[in-house]
Design a protein around this ligand. Sequence first.
Ligand code: GCO
Ligand code: CA
Length: 262
Amino acid sequence: MTNLFDIQGKVALITGSTHGLGMAMAKGLGQAGATIVVNGNSSQEKIDAAVAELKSEGINAVGYKFNVTEEEQVKAAVAKIENEVGPIDILINNAGIIKRIPLLEMEVADFREVIDIDLVSPFIVSKHVAKGMIERRAGKIINICSMMSELGRNTVSAYAAAKGGLKMLTKNMATEWAKYNVQINGIGPGYFATEQTKPIRVDGHPFNDFIISRTPAAKWGDPGDLAGAAIFLSSKASDFVNGHILYVDGGILATIGKPSNE
Ligand code: GCO
Ligand code: CA
């Protein structure tokens, strides 16, 4: 029987996958049988450690260090990966940063850095990976969006601008590439317990209670909760799904929230 969700032997490049949600999705796709191409840019040791961690779970994994904001590096890395590992079947644009600074205090350079990593890099990486996908008439691209693709929040203006932009970039990629049998979709994680949210998750921090009360599921997401969405959007099961953002948020976007006494 054909398994609609089968991704056995597929090559999946996940940017920014040495830790956090990227690593969680690497484990999810890897456990489903995909070969994982880990990427990071901060240090080779981190990449090696991530590859070793995946391998220890029986996952086929390799690592490539490159800066997703530098087109020449991306171009060279994509060619190298396709040559050494195989054609990239699945691309997850996950690498991203956040700066929590009020608008009036934010330096232009900081704003630009967030836009560059969170919005321009998915364009750069997709551009170079999609070429092969279009030639092969097959491919899956998943852009990691955010609650901030839909909602604003104090201090995260550049991140919200980038993630809102990434939602529209997803729709535009689908507009241009869907006819080549490439599916481009987004995953919009709600609030997950990762390093990135650690500063606002600490016990007693007002944001911690706020998020739990703001989430109908009444908890922070476990990074492993993203695996199902990632497998769906990487597999045949989603072959006619295009330009869609799948929010995995415990229901945050479904509700206006509730007063603190309820
Ligand atoms: C914040 C959070 C968010 C989350 C996530 C929400 O400061 O509000 O860090 O940005 O990380 O992206 O979907
Ligand atoms: Ca997060």
